[in-house]
Write a protein that binds this ligand. Structure first.
Ligand code: F3S
Length: 69
């Protein structure tokens, strides 16, 4: 069985395109500069795995890391 997913936004790479937030609002928040941060500690709740992968593949800056715990 696959492990739990964890997301992380690389702050050096994120340019605030906000596609992650529109695709997976449960997983990402934007700060006052429009840069994305993972919600909480980045753990992806069950059922939202597809959204995590979708957000990762849609970030133009390749700023989102998805890892399996
Ligand atoms: Fe940043 Fe990529 Fe989201 S640039 S705001 S992590 S779509």
């Amino acid at each position: 069985m696959a492990g739990k997913l964890k997301i992380r936004v690389d702050q050096d790479k994120c340019q605030g395109h906000a596609r992650c937030k529109s695709l997976a609002p449960e997983l990402f928040d934007l700060d006052e500069f429009g840069n994305a941060h993972e919600v909480g500690d980045g753990s992806v709740p069950a059922g939202l795995e597809d959204k995590a992968w979708l957000a990762q593949s849609n970030c133009p800056e390749i700023a989102i890391e998805v890892t399996e715990e």
